[in-house]
Design a protein around this ligand. Structure first.
Ligand code: PBG
Length: 380
């Protein structure tokens, strides 16, 4: 279809070779040299209007015309190697209990978590991230059970490491599963105190590494935690234990189902705005990540995921370190709920969202879909 037929703008069309009134390009019609210098030759200012009279520009659909051309020009791919699977652990044995707001996700006792880790490893998933639902009786103002070498998270690490040595284990040191108020830090006189919390989580990191954790992932957003954790790990001889910083964690409403999963939803007083980043702020997020890079983070994470793809991209560009996105519980729940209603194709949306993270520069994604995706990819 000719453009002039489509929009009736025939008079506006530049006369082309063969048209009455056609004149070859004059020097001043050429792209200004400033543009060439800025974008480099071969950038997107090339013109094909002299050869394609209908569109006046390059025909983008040529590369999309068949499955084989589309595969040939595909820029990003999602593979099982991109996946980290977050799981929820509860005390007891033989337990796999569903989480209402996260259909398809279970809280598992350590023995079941071991089985799940085996399955994940069998599917080729590189790593799991564990989150404990601690007994209420063990939660207190300072989250003291986080410093117990035999607490639920460390039990899970030991058991999984023993049974499934080849899967990576990523553990969180934030205090929220352990505190009676659901905050990620120690609460003193109505304030989440920074330095005392950092001291506690650095100790917890060493204890988690002792239990066999491969990567410490602090999700608490206290200032100075990455450096303190690195120092503590090194002093304890854990030079090979890495740090995946929750570098940019936003004060988001997308965490709701997670709080149900670990039983902090009803406990939390107030919000986490004094330590998580304001969702309005992108530049502040990059600055915060820069501090984590300086302090020794090996990998960076953006959380939540899809609403913050701009941050993923900026972070990858700024630092060149491995960047991960956490597709959080609320993102998962949205997709599951819409799919359950028949409003979207759940499998296609799941794959599309994960691919979007790759396009935005992420090296991998923490996702509750990890096992589903691995199974789907294996069938292809
Ligand atoms: C807190 C923590 C959160 C998540 C994991 N650890 C956020 C919060 O409760 O404030 C969210 C994970 C998710 O929503 O999937 N340290």
């Amino acid at each position: 279809m000719r453009r002039d037929v489509l929009d009736g703008r025939k008079k506006c069309r530049r006369p082309m070779a063969g048209d009455a009134g056609f004149q070859p390009l004059k020097a001043r019609d050429k792209p200004p040299s400033r543009t060439i210098r800025k974008e480099g030759r071969g950038a997107m200012n090339d013109r094909t209007n002299l050869v394609d009279r209908i569109t006046g520009h390059r025909r983008m659909r040529r590369n999309r015309k068949a499955d084989w051309t589309r595969r040939l020009v595909r820029e990003n791919r999602l593979t099982v190697d991109d996946l980290i699977w977050p799981i929820f652990v509860v005390p007891g044995s033989g337990i796999a209990e569903p989480i209402a707001a996260m259909p398809g996700v279970n809280r598992m006792s350590v023995d079941k978590a071991v089985e799940a880790a085996k399955e994940a490893a069998g599917l080729g998933i590189p790593a799991i991230a564990t989150f404990p639902n601690i007994e209420m009786a063990l939660r207190d103002e300072t989250g003291s059970d986080s410093l117990n070498a035999d607490n639920l998270i460390n039990q899970a690490t030991r058991a999984i490491k023993k049974a499934v040595p080849d899967i990576g284990i990523i553990t969180d040191v934030a205090l929220d599963p352990f505190t009676s108020h659901g905050h990620d830090g120690i609460l003193r006189g109505g304030e989440i105190v920074n330095d005392e919390t950092v001291e506690a989580i650095a100790r917890a990191a060493v204890i988690q590494a002792d239990a066999g954790s491969d990567i410490i992932a602090p999700s608490d957003m206290m200032d100075g935690r990455i450096g303190a954790i690195r120092e503590a790990l090194d002093a304890a001889g854990h030079q090979n234990v890495g740090i995946m910083s929750y570098a940019t964690k936003f004060a988001s409403a997308f965490y709701g189902p997670y709080r149900e999963a670990i039983g902090t939803g009803g406990l939390l007083k107030g919000d986490k705005k004094t330590y998580y980043i304001d969702p309005s702020n992108g530049t502040e997020a990059i600055r915060d990540a820069a501090l984590d890079v300086e302090e020794g983070a090996d990998m960076l994470m953006v959380k939540p995921g899809l609403p913050y793809l701009d941050i993923c991209w900026r972070m990858k560009e700024a630092f060149g370190l491995p960047v991960f996105a956490y597709q959080v519980s609320g993102e998962y729940a949205q997709i599951k709920a819409a799919a359950a209603n028949g409003w979207i194709d759940g499998e296609r949306v799941m794959l599309e969202t994960l691919l979007a993270f790759k396009r935005a520069g992420c090296d991998g994604i923490l996702s509750y879909f990890a096992v589903d995706v691995a199974r789907t990819l294996a069938k292809r």
